[in-house]
Write a protein that binds this ligand. Structure first.
Ligand SMILES: [Zn+2]
Length: 149
């Protein structure tokens, strides 16, 4: 039996709540902007299972799962969704600071990290092993100084 659109929206909303709880607990960074990206940090399928999206391998359940994933991605990409930055980040795998000054000197006290290319707030993601802009909507332009070490 096909699930209604409101059922899909309902599941997506419940998953969003669970994602927000994980962000608040520090289990996920606030910068995730798609269902696929959730997989970078956890087994995102658990979110589907936890809210009870049926999965029996039939075309109908696969369609539901894709629809829910798309709805979650759309919600994560909402322009007003906050992302984590220096001072607000609870995710232990993020480092939003650097100890290297603009001129390459070592600093005694860490300062908020900024992209050396465009100056936007940036961070290092331990799990991904990569530097990224804090704003997930910002195009990847940068060459962070430490990345070249
Ligand atoms: Zn962060």
């Amino acid at each position: 039996m096909p699930a209604t659109d409101s059922r899909i929206a309902d599941w997506a909303r419940q998953i969003l709540t669970a994602v927000d709880d994980s962000v608040a607990e520090g289990a996920l960074p606030a910068t995730v902007r798609s269902f696929t990206e959730l997989h970078d940090h956890c087994d995102a399928n658990d979110f589907l299972i936890d809210v009870g999206v049926p999965h029996d391998g039939t075309d109908a359940t696969i369609e539901h799962i894709v629809a829910v994933q798309d709805a979650v991605t759309a919600a994560l990409q909402a322009p007003d969704r906050p992302w984590c930055t220096y001072g607000t980040c609870r995710y232990p795998g993020h480092n939003h600071t650097t100890t290297q000054a603009d001129d390459g000197r070592d600093l005694d006290t860490p300062v908020p990290m900024r992209c050396t290319h465009c100056g936007q707030p940036a961070h290092y993601d331990d799990k991904l092993g990569d530097y990224r802009h804090d704003n997930p909507a910002a195009p990847d332009c940068f060459l962070i100084r430490a990345a070249e070490r």
